[in-house]
Write a protein that binds this ligand. Structure first.
Ligand code: HEM
Length: 393
């Protein structure tokens, strides 16, 4: 139970968290992985090296401390994090481990300021926050396990097809080894994929957007090969070493970025491999004979990197939708494709009535969002998905 006194202490120690900055996060994760090395099977160790995920956990805890008297402000962040956690099958006992290392980190780094009173307040506050996540995650696990084709934890799947979509993107289609049904999903959501690359000390779990409509039998993801020096260990492993007939483990579909039928025009805006959730949405909208206007806008380097080009053109034509494409580095041959950066002011978009879905590199989404705002689109009508650790636009 959080008392007024606890709340007062939590608020007064926010600077402790903020000032400690990267020293605190680095110490915490070093502690976590040296005492509980098995957690390296869960965390993305490439994100650990880049520091992006390390910051995410502490930013969330600092945000919690700031909003401790009005937790409603955190509802959408809690939902996003809980959805992500379920795609790793995170359990209540993991929260106890993280909580323990968090308190011990504060004790070790802020020894004088970390009085018995501060410890009690933070232990209670952490347990309260952990309780919110544990409850929501338990609810999600139960809901998914109860649906037809649903499951909890890792389930074995076989690669039944591997298809080249463009110079850097390959699709993988997975069917369950048990040959039973698979649960549906809302287009825009991702699955958790677990592999154990040869020579790797730990298993790797990553999230990939589902790139086709639900069919009850299999899932499709579409994966970009990354260049050297960019995190992409699992994506490149899938490209190089995972073939038809191989097995992977999947965690049930999750994620809070998905198409919601708001009975309004839909505008899908993507760049590069950010097209993958959009492709799932387009396939679903077409299958449902969606009655509202649909606009598809996409930017990529050139024709060789234009994934699903033929299929989206077909969907757009058959359903009387609009599409605009930009190639950054090539003079295109077709009239609906322009050369250069995406320029939304040159298109006829339903800025007042539409709902806008963005996916692509963070810099691209910021660029597109700014354009939408200056065209008069309301912030609440812009929805977006970040691949990798979350960032605000
Ligand atoms: C991701 C917060 C507990 C494992 C995240 C993210 C946040 C977060 C903000 C990033 C979400 C995003 O990118 O959209 C928290 C908070 C916790 C907590 C506030 C406690 C109250 C845990 C626990 C575990 C865990 C107990 C498991 C031991 C992960 C993993 C990711 C993640 C594996 C994905 C990051 C990666 O790719 O490595 N969490 N988390 N978290 N969390 Fe938590």
């Amino acid at each position: 139970m959080l008392t007024d006194k606890h709340i007062e202490i939590i608020k007064s120690t926010i600077p402790l968290l903020e000032n400690a900055g990267s020293a605190l996060t680095a110490h915490f994760y070093q502690r976590l992985f040296s005492h509980n090395p098995e957690l390296q099977d869960i965390f993305n160790m490439s994100n650990q090296q880049s520091g992006r995920q390390q910051v995410a956990l502490f930013e969330a805890i600092a945000a919690y401390a700031k909003h401790i008297e009005n937790l409603n402000a955190l509802t959408s962040a809690v939902e996003r994090i809980a959805q992500k956690h379920t795609s790793f099958n995170i359990q209540a006992e993991h929260y106890a481990i993280v909580g323990h290392h968090l308190i011990e980190t504060l004790r070790e780094l802020a020894s004088e300021a970390f009085t018995a009173e501060v410890e009690e307040a933070w232990s209670n506050a952490y347990q309260f926050l952990a309780g919110i996540f544990i409850n929501r995650e338990a609810q999600l696990y139960q809901e998914r396990a109860a649906k037809e084709g649903g499951w909890q934890g890792a389930r074995a799947f076989t690669v039944i097809d591997k298809v080249t979509e463009s110079a850097l993107v390959k699709s993988f289609i997975f069917a369950p080894v048990d040959q039973q049904a698979v649960i549906g999903f809302t287009p825009g959501q991702y699955i958790g994929l677990e592999v154990h690359p040869t020579g790797n000390d730990y298993k790797e779990i990553r999230q990939y957007s589902l790139s086709d409509k639900p069919n009850g039998k299999s899932y499709r993801i579409s994966v970009k090969r990354e260049q050297q020096g960019v995190p992409g260990k699992v994506s490149n492993y899938l490209h190089d070493s995972v073939n038809i007939g191989d097995e992977v483990k999947l965690y049930a579909p999750a994620g809070d970025f998905f198409f919601v039928d708001r009975q309004s025009p839909t505008v899908l805006i993507s760049a590069g491999v950010g097209i993958t959730p959009m492709q799932g949405m387009l396939e679903t909208l077409a299958a449902n004979k969606h009655p509202q206007p649909v606009h598809f806008l996409h930017a990529c380097e050139d024709n060789s990197q234009h994934s699903f080009a033929q299929r989206t053109a077909e969907l757009v034509k058959n359903n009387n939708w609009q599409q605009n494409i930009w190639y950054r580095n090539e003079k295109p041959q077709q009239s609906h494709i322009k050369q250069g950066m995406m320029d939304l002011s040159s298109t006829d978009l339903p800025t007042q009535t539409g709902n806008f879905y963005l996916c692509g590199p963070i810099a691209f989404m910021k660029f597109a969002k700014q354009q939408l705002l200056s065209l008069g689109v309301g912030e609440g009508n812009i929805h977006y998905e970040v691949f990798g650790p979350h960032a605000s636009l």
